[in-house]
Ligand binder design. Structure first.
Ligand code: GDD
Ligand code: MN
Length: 378
């Protein structure tokens, strides 16, 4: 007891001893060629600051996490958060920030596209309490996007427009992946974050209880130094899902909306198959209806598997067992649907209302049951 106290006194009295001030969170996926250089550059620009860097790596096949561990053994400022069976830029950033105790948190990419020289400036703004959130912005003033083709610039500009709908404060570059904030700003928003996809900044801005005081600092977005971009078509889909969640997520889960939309498409598939068999090939109605139901279920399962549950996509053997459980679950849903509708109709409820109630019960059941049995998170 006394010894512990004495040690604490020593630490407090050590010359220049100050607590951790800044954590730089760097999400990585296959960034082995870049991390060492990034750590070196952080050291260069953050002289005089008590900083650390946390690499949040999603088990990169190129061994990024191992490399970071090696760096961390030589440099106490370096940490790694190694995630298994996970993917996602936003969730990586959130978990990295939550792994830190520092009062100020920065997020930046590993590929050296973000200008680290901006970090001290960002920190100054926060220390002076001139803003809650400082963003490295590619569009304001003389900031620019070096080496982007026209298509990417166009997509980026369009996405920026859409983002303004959910961001709570005007921001020139809501898609930026380079920013710094006070810890309490994160904590105010953290329980409401969607954590979907790439747009962590937008997620935070849309999830804060009150609009943030924002400062944007311009910089030049550099070319990626090594490796390749992970931003692909999936990112576009994730982005739309994030917007959907921010717009209506408080009322209905966006996955449910997607699931229902897919179900709606399935109805058309059903009708098409039924028409082809019953009208075209002259099968009996019951045969046609049964075949159409089965086809629609396979269709719904496949589309939900690549769209609604893309992040938990079933493959190989799991695809078949998933299909089976989906068919089972939806059959029960169909029974519930008909049961409820029949019950209401028997009580002399309007027939359309009875049918709609049945459909809603069936859809909710199907969604709940398949999210539990078919795409259960492991
Ligand atoms: N942990 C983890 N998990 N990290 C990831 C993942 C993932 O699933 N996907 C990408 N990263 C890491 C990359 O290794 C890199 O350090 C950073 O996240 C950004 O990924 P890039 O692949 O370099 O993205 P980009 O350069 O195309 O996109 C940048 O610009 C966008 C604006 O257009 C990023 O800054 C985006 O955040 C930004 O929205
Ligand atoms: Mn990049």
């Amino acid at each position: 007891m006394h010894r512990v106290l004495a040690e604490q006194d020593l630490a407090a009295a050590a010359p220049g001893a100050t607590g951790l001030e800044l954590t730089v969170v760097v999400p990585t996926f296959n960034e082995a060629p870049n991390v060492e250089e990034l750590v070196r550059r952080l050291g260069d620009v953050l002289g005089g600051v008590e900083w650390e860097v946390v690499f949040v790596d999603d088990d990169s096949p190129d061994g990024t996490a191992d490399l970071v561990r090696r760096l961390a053994r030589e440099n106490r400022r370096v940490r790694v958060l190694h995630r298994i069976g996970r993917r996602g830029l936003s969730s990586a950033c959130i978990e990295g920030m939550l792994s830190s105790a520092a009062p100020y948190l920065a997020v930046m990419d590993a590929d050296l596209q973000h200008d680290e020289a901006l970090l001290p400036q960002m920190l100054r703004v926060l220390r002076e309490d001139a803003a809650d959130l400082v963003v490295g912005s590619r569009y304001v003033a003389e900031g620019s996007v070096a080496g982007w083709d026209e298509r990417r610039q166009l997509i980026s500009r369009f996405a920026t427009r859409l983002s303004h709908l959910v961001a709570r404060a005007p921001i020139a570059d809501p898609m930026s992946g380079f920013f710094m904030l006070r810890r309490d700003v994160l904590h105010d928003a953290v329980h409401r974050l969607s954590a979907i996809g790439f747009k962590i900044l937008l997620d935070i801005m849309a999830s804060t209880p009150r609009p943030l005081r924002l400062r944007e600092l311009p910089y030049t977005f550099r070319d990626r130094r090594a490796g390749e971009s992970k931003l692909d078509n999936r990112a576009v889909q994730d982005f739309l899902l994030l917007l959907l969640d921010k717009a209506i997520g408080r009322y209905v889960p966006p996955r449910f909306v997607l699931f229902t939309l897919v179900g709606g498409l399935g109805t058309f598939v059903h009708l098409a198959v039924l028409t082809a068999l019953f009208q075209g090939l002259g099968t009996s109605f019951v045969t046609g209806q049964a075949a159409a139901t089965l086809t629609a279920m396979v269709f719904n399962f496949s589309v939900n598997n690549v769209l609604t549950y893309r992040d938990q996509q079933l493959k190989g053997r799991a695809w078949f067992t998933g299909l089976l459980s989906f068919i089972l679950a939806c059959s029960v849903g169909a029974l519930a649907n008909v049961g409820v509708a029949a019950q209401l109709f028997a009580q002399e409820t309007n027939w359309i209302l009875s049918a709609v109630a049945g459909v809603i019960i069936g859809a909710v059941w199907n969604y709940a049951a398949t999210s539990f049995y078919t795409w259960r998170r492991r």
